[in-house]
Design a protein. Structure first.
Length: 604
């Protein structure tokens, strides 16, 4: 049975032992140190099956490397320490406790996360960039029993715990995570069956439409999400992934950390993101002084980072530019992925030109479900504006936003020849369990399925679906049939103006195709005449800012003339506001509700 499961994971037979004795025993520090002992979870089964001498984690700046064998050895030590800390905190039950942690991206983060899994607890990652009040909210909402902090963030952790949590029945206890030093060798690994699986992860939504909610992702869900991506994107031990993303989001955690660990890939951490440093790292293997560094084969970031790459490339020295051309070529960079926000088509095309033909792969996902849709590995499957097909094990349906009827495959066009828009609803093992301590929100976001498969999660995202000639060439059973095209969030990106529905994302794509605009967002603003009117907030490209009629600053009439041949008249913004910067969160997303109030006033 184990061999069969490992084949499904695309893993070889591991040199591990399944030990049939009490799980409680393995957490106690008294047992003889003869082996590293972990619960028999797929993540530990996978890691233990990899070559213990192969590199798991690289710290890019210092070039320190940690093998898979060293990783398990350090997780074992951290597991015992955490167990003792939980007992000292008078935890009522070890399994299922929420353990918050504030640790910088890198090896220590990975060890801390896996040690929480190893104690069958729920990991709650925190961001050092959040204000103390936001971190207190997460600690309070999650009912965390302890806060683990690295020494780097100890002052911040102490500030968070200093005040505002006195009313809690059980105030979180601060424990400092000691920095792990590079060691050698590895232990034999034993896996012990869990009587009950209570562990997993709790990630908090970005709060772009409401107060952040704790999304409970049990181990079974995390495993399903990682296995789905492992199969679809074909991670291998040969992959060397450059990790520049925050780790309190699903993108950085599942796509760029857990799934590579399942596959035995190498993860190189370089955080926070610095465009010059990343360019240097990508170029290094193709320059004489950097031959010792491995080429990066896997890069997954948000659209704003690709825009920053493109904006700074021209400032690099000629030898570096030439090296980067080789680094980004399809034969070197196996997979370049864009997600977490809509990818402007001009950015996609400019990256293809810069990389010598490497086309960005777009996908669709969210905190509650991991990744749900993806374009295929074949370049012909990376269709502009599309997020592809349902990923393995993911069930997707479109529900008409007016009639609330499921739109059957093949009936995506109405009797008037117009594409039908529907809300994306999802079902399957990758969907989260619940919003923590929020039964109302949980019940509101699920609907019963009339097809007998159980409840469906309402994403709140609107899409269309259609066949695309020439697509479906990747050779995978999941990457076939009609492709999905995101129209926007039901609450903020679908603007109802004069009886017509306008996709904010469609208008944004056309705005960003204009040379005068470097950034743009489109919102609906209240209107007595139209119900809502389309409004744009933009950042001008300084090189083209004075190209308006008569040599003036480019403005609303210039915009309307430029869009006249691209969009129907009702879709062209009636208002235009020019700003110096568009505020975004860590994943490049804009809180449109707060932006409307800030730019257009409280009644907008």
């Amino acid at each position: 049975m184990l061999t069969h499961l490992l084949r499904r994971l695309h893993l070889s037979q591991p040199s591990i032992a399944i030990v049939r004795h009490s799980w409680r025993h393995i957490a106690k520090p008294q047992y003889p140190r003869m082996a590293s002992t972990f619960p028999d979870l797929p993540i530990f089964r996978a890691i233990a099956s990899h070559d213990p001498q192969s590199t798991a984690i690289v710290h890019s700046k210092s070039a320190r490397r940690f093998t898979y064998g060293e990783l398990l050895k350090d997780v074992e030590d951290a597991k015992v320490q955490l167990y003792n800390q939980l007992k000292s905190a008078s935890a009522e039950a070890i399994g299922g406790e929420r353990v918050a942690f504030l640790v910088e991206n890198g090896y220590d983060y990975v060890v801390t996360l896996l040690s929480i899994f190893a104690c069958d607890n729920i990991a709650v990652p925190l961001s050092s960039g959040f204000p103390a009040s936001e971190l207190r909210f997460i600690l309070e909402n999650s009912e965390a029993v302890t806060l683990l902090s690295s020494r780097k963030f100890q002052d911040k952790a102490e500030e968070v715990l200093k005040e505002g949590l006195e009313h809690l029945r059980r105030k979180p206890v601060l424990n400092v995570v000691e920095k792990r030093r590079q060691g050698s060798g590895h232990d034999e690994v034993q896996l012990v069956p869990l009587p009950m699986n209570k562990g997993g992860m709790m990630l908090y939504t970005s709060g772009t439409t409401s107060r952040p909610k704790g999304v409970l992702l049990p181990q079974s869900v995390l495993t399903a999400q990682a296995q789905s991506l492992h199969k679809a994107w074909e991670y291998t031990p040969r992959d060397h992934l450059l990790h520049v993303l925050p780790l309190h989001h699903i993108h950085g955690t599942v796509n760029a950390l857990l799934t590579p660990l399942f596959a035995g890939s190498t993860i190189e951490f370089m955080f926070p993101f610095n465009v010059d440093a990343v360019w240097e790292r990508l170029a290094a293997p193709y320059l004489a002084e950097g031959k010792s560094k491995e080429p990066i084969t896997f890069l997954t970031v948000v659209p704003t980072i690709y825009s920053r790459f493109l904006g700074s490339h021209g400032e690099l020295a000629a030898p570096t530019q030439e090296a980067i051309k080789k680094a980004l070529a399809p034969e070197s960079l196996r997979l370049n992925i864009s997600g977490s926000a809509a990818l402007p088509i001009p950015t996609k095309k400019a990256w293809t030109e810069l990389s010598g033909g490497n086309i960005l792969l777009e996908r669709y996902g969210m905190t509650e479900v991991g990744m749900a849709l993806s374009c295929g590995l074949d370049f012909r499957d990376r269709v502009d504006g599309s997020v592809g097909w349902p990923l393995p094990s993911v069930q997707v349906r479109l529900v008409d936003i007016d009639t609330h009827e499921v739109i059957p495959v093949g009936q995506e066009v109405d009797k008037d020849g117009k594409e039908r828009e529907g809300e994306i609803q999802l079902h399957g093992p990758t969907v989260f369990e619940k919003y923590w301590r929020n039964e109302k929100a949980t019940s509101e976001e699920f609907v019963p399925g009339e097809d007998g498969v159980g409840k469906w999660f309402k994403t709140g995202d609107i899409a269309t679906r259609r066949m695309v000639e020439g697509a479906g060439q990747s050779g995978h059973d999941w990457a076939k049939g009609p492709m999905y095209f995101i129209r926007g969030r039901k609450s903020t990106d679908i603007i109802k103006s004069g009886g017509e529905k306008v996709s904010a994302l469609e208008v944004e794509r056309e705005l960003l195709s204009l040379p005068q605009i470097s950034e743009a967002t489109v919102v609906g603003v209240a209107s007595k005449q139209w119900g809502q009117k389309v409004a744009a907030v933009i950042v001008l490209n300084p090189d083209h800012a004075q190209t308006g009629k008569g040599g003036k600053i480019w403005g609303i009439m210039d915009m309307r003339r430029a869009l006249k041949e691209k969009l129907a008249n009702y879709k062209i913004p009636q208002e235009l506001k020019v700003v110096e910067d568009l505020p975004k969160n860590a994943m490049g997303k804009i809180n449109k509700k707060s932006l409307v109030t800030e730019i257009f006033g409280p009644d907008a």
